[in-house]
Design a protein around this ligand. Structure first.
Ligand SMILES: Nc1ncnc2c1ncn2[C@@H]1O[C@H](COP(=O)(O)OS(=O)(=O)O)[C@@H](OP(=O)(O)O)[C@H]1O
Ligand SMILES: [Mg+2]
Ligand SMILES: [Mg+2]
Ligand SMILES: [Mg+2]
Length: 345
């Protein structure tokens, strides 16, 4: 089955949302009065992105629409949020007007409704869109990496994924010469069709592949920027077992899956603290982008991720990602480190 029409709509929606986020982040980084604790820019961009993606998908697929998305409008309906909602409404309408394909002006109530149409629970039947309107909200505020991550589930399987990474350099993050290198990547993958990357400005796409590195000593690895999101001590013990020499590259958000899909690094380890439950929108798009580029994504027990159980991913301990050659070695090192840790407790 082909999902070409769905993929085209997903690319359009994610690109529009990326433009909105870029605009907000630019204003945020330029303003000298910003207070470190002011989260309103990310709030405006996050909800604005969700409203835009939801609107575009509903225009393209009016009859069959189900969206599992991270945000809902509850906080926005409070009186104190009124100014923020107005700012967001203007941003969303400006984005739609600049695109030109929809001649519409949405009211604040319309926008809140589009945000709330992301309340589906997903599951093993039918089709569901899965959206993280901004993944890496902390990275967004820091001026670092973030992603707009959109995927489609069909009968519980991820069949397409789009990752817009507005701050990711077009060339490998390992070869960065100057901070002026061009940024803004759109990764996309359809099941059985491979993974492609194109500049967010719309120029032509290239096929990407994960790295062919077979020697773990030459492998480099990614982990979350935020130490709270992953046990960095555990990943360093795994890296040591593998003989990895280079220090980890810390990047925010699913931009890690994008960077890995084109070979910027060989391994991504995400081993959250006990009790943290992973959500499908944090991994669905990234997972297909990596697997269609020839990579493997499993939990720490070696099982593929199961996106058919609703909003949460029920998995064993964490998520590990690499190419097919390195996976058996990585898996072994992960098991050994976890066992050592368990016996030392
Ligand atoms: N405690 C904890 N453990 C693990 N994961 C957590 C935790 N808290 C949050 N999150 C989720 O992580 C998403 C950000 O992904 P990353 O961890 O790759 O980003 S970062 O490098 O830490 O910025 C982030 O996604 P966004 O909320 O969309 O930014 C969260 O869903
Ligand atoms: Mg997220
Ligand atoms: Mg998010
Ligand atoms: Mg969040």
């Amino acid at each position: 089955m082909s999902y070409d029409k769905e993929l085209a709509a997903a690319k359009k929606a994610a690109s529009l949302a990326a433009r909105l986020c870029q605009k907000v982040q630019k204003a945020l980084l330029q303003s000298d009065v910003q207070s470190k604790n002011d989260r309103s820019p990310v709030t405006v961009a996050d909800y604005g992105s969700q409203a835009l993606v939801s609107y575009v998908l509903q225009q393209e697929f009016p009859s069959e629409f189900s969206l599992v998305a991270e945000e809902d409008s509850k906080d926005l309906r409070k009186d104190a949020a009124q100014e923020l909602v107005e700012r967001m409404t203007k941003l969303v309408n400006d984005s739609l007007a600049s695109d030109g394909s929809y001649s519409v002006t949405l009211s604040t109530e319309d926008i809140l409704k589009f945000i709330d149409s992301g309340k589906s629970e997903g599951g093993p039947e039918g089709r569901h869109w899965v959206l993280d309107p901004i993944d890496g909200t902390k990275g967004f505020l820091r001026g670092g990496q973030y992603a707009i991550a959109l995927a489609l589930l069909d009968r519980g399987k991820v069949v397409l994924g789009v990752l817009a990474c507005p701050n990711l350099p077009l060339t490998s993050i390992r070869d960065q010469q100057s901070p002026n290198d061009e940024v803004g990547c759109l990764f996309f993958a359809e099941i059985g069709g491979g993974t492609y990357m194109q500049p967010l400005d719309g120029s032509s796409a290239v096929k990407v592949q994960v790295t062919a590195v077979e020697n773990p000593e030459e492998a480099s690895f990614f982990e979350s920027y935020e130490a709270l999101h992953s046990k960095h001590d555990l990943s360093s013990s795994i890296a040591e077992k593998l003989g990895i020499k280079a220090p980890p590259v810390r990047i925010d958000s699913q931009a890690k899956y994008g960077a890995l899909s084109r070979g910027d690094g060989a391994i991504y380890m995400r081993l959250p603290r006990e009790g943290y439950r992973e959500k499908i929108w944090d991994h669905a798009a990234g997972c297909i982008v990596v697997t269609e580029a020839g990579g493997v994504v499993t939990d720490a027990a070696g099982n593929p991720l199961d996106f058919s159980r609703g909003k949460y991913l029920d998995l064993d301990t964490g998520i590990i990602v690499t190419n097919q050659k390195l996976m058996p070695l990585l898996f072994k090192a992960v098991r050994e480190s976890l066992e050592e840790k368990a016996s030392s407790l």
